[in-house]
Design a protein around this ligand. Structure first.
Ligand code: PMV
Length: 360
């Protein structure tokens, strides 16, 4: 598939008004995407677990308008008008207009809400942009009723990517690869694909408990963060390492090797933060409590032999990943020992999920 394949033929019917609703989950990367070039092409391949509970629910209402020279839309978060979101959506509309050429024909009302607490430090861009992309695809499907489900999902992921890179990994589940690598058949820089190889039952219903260590605004925006990889002294070897890690992950996932999995996932998380510490300007996004939690996870793992591991996003929060079979003991440990390090004691229990759903 190339970009050209996502440009539709002229539509033959018209639409007056209507609305569609999608819910779309967040995702957590195991091999991290960090570094991109225009137009939102990743510098390295990544793979993520789609989540289940952390999601965005978006209703897109569309109404045909007379003047078709500009985009026209309003955005609401939890029922409140959010003009602050408009520039990001306007940029997204500009980027995707050639692929969904009806955007200027309608006035849109975008009503959105998240299931996770507002400003929890959990990025809503992956779930938010994928939900919006899916809504646009549902409108496009009304123009082109013949569209296959495979194409629908592929193009939704393609559009979501143009909103926020990692959003392209939220359309489907449960393991999604984005970025071309010879180690994963059919992988593409343009959209996410389902991981096509065998995955052992040890990873079924894998758990992700997210500790909210720091709930503030992101200290470094993703765009600034990705740009730090331009002229980064370790960029080339980091990008190569991501390919190597995707190759290494294959036998780990197939054999159900949770120890190997934890080793690779934790190394990826620390490498991501290592890249930020060794760029210029440089950042430390972990907080003292992030380190405290990591050390306690390592000690608990050593003491008990349980399969508890962590990963991090570009922030201070800690995602604790573990198999469902060890849920009781590990949740006990989290509640007794780790919750004290969370802002206001807040954490979210999530698990691997299977992608977005249309609600209306
Ligand atoms: O999709 P963005 O531009 O917000 O980038 C997300 C980058 C990381 O979350 C740090 C890693 C990843 O692969 O999700």
């Amino acid at each position: 598939m190339t970009e050209q394949d996502f440009i539709p033929k002229p539509y033959t019917n018209t639409l007056k008004q209507g609305k569609v609703t999608w819910e779309s989950p967040s995702n957590i990367a195991l091999v991290k995407y960090w570094g991109k070039r225009d137009p939102q092409i990743p510098e390295n391949p990544s793979i993520s677990f789609t989540l289940s509970q952390c999601k965005t629910i978006t209703t897109l209402s569309y109404k045909q308008k007379e003047v078709t020279s500009d985009f026209s839309f309003d955005v609401f978060l939890d029922g409140e008008k959010k003009d602050a979101f408009k520039p990001k959506i306007e940029t997204f509309f500009k980027r995707v207009e050639q692929y969904v050429p009806f955007l200027k024909d309608f006035h849109f009302t975008i009503e959105t809400k998240n299931t996770f607490p507002h400003s929890s430090g959990i990025a809503s861009s992956a779930s938010g942009m994928s939900a919006l992309a899916l809504c646009l695809m549902s409108v496009e499907k009304l123009f082109n009723t013949e569209m296959s489900n495979t194409f629908f999902n592929q193009k939704a992921s393609f559009l979501a990517r143009l909103g926020s890179g990692s959003a392209c990994r939220s359309v489907e589940g449960d393991l999604i690869v984005w970025g071309h690598t010879k180690h994963v058949a059919e992988s593409s820089d343009l959209f996410g694909v389902k991981y096509p190889y065998t995955v052992h039952d040890n990873f079924k219903n894998y758990q992700d408990t997210i500790l909210l260590i720091d709930k503030g605004e992101k200290q470094v925006s993703s765009t600034v963060g990705h740009n730090l990889m331009h002229n980064h002294p370790y960029a080339a070897s980091r990008f190569q390492q991501a390919h190597d890690n995707l190759e290494k992950l294959k036998p780990i996932l197939e054999a159900g090797d949770i120890k190997g999995f934890i080793n690779l996932m934790e190394s990826e998380a620390l490498t991501l933060h290592g890249m930020m510490m060794t760029s210029n300007p440089y950042y430390i996004l972990m907080k003292p409590n992030t380190l405290e939690v990591i050390n306690r996870i390592w000690k608990f793992r050593e003491d008990t032999g349980l399969h508890i591991g962590f990963t991090l996003d570009a922030g201070a929060n800690v995602h604790i990943l573990y198999p469902e079979s060890e849920k009781v003991e590990i949740l006990n440990f989290i509640e007794n020992e780790l919750v004290a390090y969370c802002k206001n004691g807040e954490y979210i229990c999530d698990q691997i999920g299977f992608g977005a759903n249309q609600i209306e």
